[in-house]
Design a protein around this ligand. Structure first.
Ligand SMILES: CC(C)(COP(=O)(O)OP(=O)(O)OC[C@H]1O[C@@H](n2cnc3c(N)ncnc32)[C@H](O)[C@@H]1OP(=O)(O)O)[C@@H](O)C(=O)NCCC(=O)NCCS
Length: 402
C-alpha cells in the first residue's frame, strides 16, 4: 500500500513536474529556452503534485480563465492542463487524487466549472467531465478555393511583423470579446507560450473594419515546403482564426485562398457550423477531414454553473443529477429561464453530471442523449421542453488549445 499525498507544489518543484508531464506524453523534457515561456503557465498555488511514498508520481495544473456560456456571461473557469502520471506509477489513484485537489481548489476560488482538452476520450468522464464542444478539421484545395462573388467583403488585411504579434494579437482577441459559448479567456501566459512555440515561419495577419478597428485575425504556418519551386506541395496550416463578424471571417478566408505558392490549406479546431463551404464557388474544394471532441467541461458547482447561463423560454424541467465524485451536487434541480433551484419534487429526467456538462453549452440535445441512454426519461412529455430550454442559436466552440 502506498502513502498518497496531494498538494500544491512549490515554485522550485514546477520544472521537475513539467518534465514529468512531458515524459508522460512521451516527449523530451523541456529545454531552458522552452521553460522561459512555458514556466509562466505554472500559476503559484495551482500546480498540483501527487506523491506516492514521498516521491512525485504525477502532476496537473490549473490555469485561471473564464468560459463564455449561453447568454454571453463569462464564467470563472479553471483550465486544467499538464496532466501526467509517471509511466511506472499509473493506475494507483494518482490522477484521481489530483482531480479532487483541483476541484477543491476551483471551489475555493469561486470557479463553478473546470475545463480541459483530453488526450484520450476514456479518462475524464469518471470525474464528471462531459464533451461540451466539438470541432472539425477542414482541408481546402487552394486552386479550386475561390470565394463566391456574393461573399461578404470589406475592410483590409495587414501582415503583422513577427515581433508585433505578441503585443497586437492579445489586444485584438480581447477586443473581440468571447465570440461564442465555449470560447475562453486567454491570459498572458497562454500568449507567451503559444507564440513562443510557433515556428519561425509562422505568419499572423489582422483584419481591420472600414473604420480601422481590428475585428479578426489569423495565424498560420507553411508545412511541407519544397524549395525547388517545381512540383513540391505547400500546405498552410491554420492555427488560429477568430473573427468578430461575417465580413472579417470571409476576408480572412479570402486571404488564405489567394496565397501564392500554396496548394492546400488545412485548418484545425474549426467550429462545426462555420460556413466555409457556403462562401465557395466550388463547395467540394472544402472537405471536413475530422470531427472530434474539443472542450470537456466539469460542472464543479452544478447550481452556480447552471445559474450562470440563460435558458430559452419554456416550462421549467425537473432534472435529477447523479454525481459520484462530488456527491454534494447530487439532487433534483428545477431548471428554467427564471430560476435554477434545488427541489424535492419527483424528477422528470435523470442524468449523470457528465451528461449535464455535455448539454451545458448547447452542443447536443437532451433528446439525443436520451436516445443514447445517457438521460433517463421518467416523463416523456417533458423532453421537447427540455430540448427547447437548453438549445442555443450558435454551435458552441472553444478554438483555444491549452
Ligand atoms: C491518464 C493518466 C493521467 C491516468 O493517471 P492514473 O494515475 O493512472 O489514473 P488513476 O489511477 O487515478 O485512474 C483512475 C481510474 O481511471 C482509469 N483510467 C485512467 N487513465 C485511463 C486511460 N488512459 N484509459 C482508460 N482508463 C483509465 C483507471 O483504470 C482507474 O479506473 P478504476 O477507478 O476503475 O480503477 C496517466 O495514465 C497518464 O499520465 N497518461 C499519459 C499522459 C496523458 O494522457 N495525460 C492526460 C493529458 S489530457
Amino acid at each position: 500500500m502506498h502513502a498518497h499525498e496531494f498538494r500544491p507544489l512549490a515554485d522550485t518543484e514546477f520544472r521537475p513536474a513539467r518534465d514529468l508531464f512531458m515524459r508522460a506524453l512521451n516527449l523530451p523534457p523541456v529545454t531552458d529556452e522552452m521553460w522561459q515561456s512555458v514556466s509562466r503557465t505554472s500559476e503559484p498555488g495551482r500546480v498540483f503534485g501527487g506523491f506516492l511514498d514521498g516521491e512525485l508520481a504525477g502532476t496537473a495544473l490549473t490555469g485561471t480563465s473564464a468560459l463564455a456560456v449561453p447568454g454571453g456571461a463569462e464564467v470563472p473557469a479553471g483550465a486544467v492542463t499538464g496532466v501526467g502520471v509517471r509511466a511506472d506509477r499509473t493506475r494507483r489513484g494518482v490522477l484521481t487524487g489530483l482531480m479532487r485537489a483541483q476541484f477543491d481548489d476551483a471551489r475555493e476560488r469561486g470557479e463553478p466549472v473546470t475545463m480541459l482538452h483530453a488526450s484520450e476520450a476514456v479518462i475524464y468522464e469518471r470525474f464528471g467531465y462531459g464533451v461540451a464542444t466539438r470541432s472539425r478539421t477542414v482541408s481546402l484545395d487552394r486552386f479550386r478555393a475561390a470565394l463566391r462573388p456574393d461573399a461578404p467583403r470589406g475592410g483590409r488585411i495587414d501582415l503583422l511583423e513577427p515581433e508585433a504579434a505578441r503585443t497586437v494579437l492579445p489586444d485584438v482577441y480581447r477586443g473581440l470579446g468571447l465570440v461564442r459559448p465555449g470560447s475562453i479567456v486567454r491570459g498572458d501566459a497562454w500568449w507567451d507560450m503559444n507564440l513562443a512555440v510557433a515556428p519561425r515561419d509562422a505568419v499572423a495577419v489582422v483584419h481591420y473594419d472600414p473604420a480601422g478597428v481590428p475585428d479578426g485575425f489569423l495565424r498560420y504556418e507553411p508545412k511541407s515546403r519544397d524549395h525547388r519551386f517545381d512540383d513540391g506541395t505547400v500546405t498552410l496550416q491554420v492555427r488560429d482564426l477568430v473573427a468578430g463578424d461575417a465580413i472579417a471571417a470571409a476576408e480572412l478566408w479570402r486571404f488564405l485562398f489567394e496565397r501564392d505558392l500554396t496548394d492546400r490549406i488545412v485548418a484545425v479546431d474549426r467550429p462545426l457550423d462555420e460556413p466555409v463551404e457556403w462562401l465557395m464557388v466550388d463547395r467540394r474544394a472544402c472537405r471536413t477531414t475530422a470531427v472530434g471532441d474539443d472542450l470537456w467541461v466539469r460542472l464543479v458547482d452544478v447550481a452556480a454553473a447552471l445559474r450562470a447561463r440563460t435558458f430559452n423560454a419554456a416550462e421549467p424541467v425537473l432534472v435529477e443529477v447523479h454525481d459520484r465524485f462530488l456527491p454534494d451536487n447530487e439532487g433534483t434541480y428545477r431548471i428554467g429561464p427564471e430560476e435554477v433551484e434545488r427541489t424535492e419534487q419527483r424528477p422528470q429526467l435523470s442524468m449523470d453530471v457528465s451528461a449535464l456538462a455535455a448539454l451545458y453549452l448547447g452542443d447536443v440535445s437532451v433528446s439525443a442523449l436520451a436516445a443514447a441512454g445517457r438521460v433517463q426519461v421518467h416523463e416523456p412529455a417533458a423532453l421537447p421542453g427540455a430540448d427547447h430550454l437548453f438549445t442555443t442559436d450558435v454551435v458552441p466552440w472553444c478554438g483555444t488549445p491549452f
